[in-house]
Design a protein around this ligand. Structure first.
Ligand SMILES: NC(=O)C1=CN([C@@H]2O[C@H](COP(=O)(O)OP(=O)(O)OC[C@H]3O[C@@H](n4cnc5c(N)ncnc54)[C@H](OP(=O)(O)O)[C@@H]3O)[C@@H](O)[C@H]2O)C=CC1
Ligand SMILES: O=C(O)[C@@H]1CCC=N1
Length: 282
């Protein structure tokens, strides 16, 4: 990688968020919660007054109606608008950028090549796919570096992402798959938790008890996978007594093709991410 092109203090970056919706809000609040940046070193913008007021109130940061104050007041600019809004945002900020600026895009499907074409070939760009549990410090993120991003840029982005969860560096070609798995994945898991809770209610539990047990079961099982390092199949076998209750449920899930459905869901979301890179966006 090339040496740093900017003079900004890499340990005290000022962060700017263009777009203050659901994912930006989770990242901003997660960063502040983790202490990776103080509210006075984060600014944001959004066209929606209600969105601006909510983030300003909840995070204690300045949130502007236009994007130029964000560009002026930041070293790292996080592009957190919908993929469909990216072209106009890139065209708007391109003339305002200075050599100190690092561009961090979290938009699904928008490639580094398209961003370099809009912002200039020497722009330092990191493309990230985060997820909303970053709000609670449990995010799962992956990032890919553009050709001019430096080691210092990679370290700054990794520090940022690790402060709100776990992160991995991947080649950009894998980011659509990441989007299908961990970007969209929280929604799939919420559906699983809701359905497990429904099962508990069907079996006679009150809803609040069922939802608490369902969510804690998913949390505990996830920690078992991450912290024991055992294969998920081996962990499943530890729960499954011969002739017992679990294998009766496993049989039902296999007949209902649960695993095939989850594979198809991740695959469909990854394909949609790849489609968003194309010219025909709805
Ligand atoms: N939500 C998620 O779980 C994840 C989202 N992402 C990515 O993050 C990005 C944002 O998603 P999400 O937060 O869900 O979307 P939201 O719609 O909640 O937030 C985007 C915000 O950006 C605003 N906006 C639109 N145009 C501009 C502009 N020109 N300048 C500044 N702000 C603007 C929008 O306003 P308006 O409503 O008026 O358009 C909206 O308030 C997307 O690209 C998505 O792919 C990535 C990982 C996970
Ligand atoms: O649904 C979406 O398009 C965004 C990207 C990943 C999660 N949410």
């Amino acid at each position: 990688m090339k040496p740093p092109a900017a003079t900004a203090d890499r340990d005290a970056l000022r962060w700017g968020f263009i777009g203050s919706g659901r994912m930006a809000s989770a990242l901003v609040k997660g960063m502040i919660r983790a202490g990776v940046a103080t509210p006075d070193r984060i600014v944001a913008s959004d066209p929606q007054a209600g969105t601006r007021d909510e983030l300003a109130r909840e995070a204690g940061i300045a949130v502007h109606a236009s994007n130029s104050p964000v560009v002026e007041a930041s070293d790292a600019i996080v592009l957190a608008v919908k993929p469909q809004s990216m072209a106009s945002v890139l065209a708007e900020i391109a003339p305002m950028l200075a050599p100190r600026h690092l561009i961090v895009s979290i938009a699904a499907g928008v490639g580094i090549g398209a961003m370099r074409a809009a912002l200039g070939a020497s722009t330092r760009i990191v493309r990230v796919m985060p997820n909303t549990p970053a709000l609670l410090g449990e995010g799962a993120s992956a990032y890919a570096l553009g050709p001019d991003a430096t080691d210092a840029d990679a370290q700054a982005v990794q520090r940022f992402l690790d402060s709100v969860g776990r992160s991995v560096r991947v080649p950009e070609s894998q980011l659509d798959a990441v989007t299908g798995l961990s970007g969209s994945g929280p929604a799939f898991v919420y559906m699983v938790i809701e359905a497990l809770s429904d099962g508990g209610v069907r079996a006679g539990l009150p809803r609040d008890v069922a939802t608490t047990l369902a969510a804690q079961t998913v949390l505990g099982a996830a920690k078992m996978v991450l912290e024991t390092g055992l294969h998920p199949g081996a962990l499943k076998d530890q729960v499954t007594s011969p002739g017992g209750t679990t294998i009766a449920g496993v049989q039902v899930l296999e007949r209902a093709a649960l695993r095939g459905a989850l594979i198809d869901a991740v695959d469909a979301a990854a394909r949609r991410s790849a489609e968003l890179a194309g010219p025909a966006r709805p």
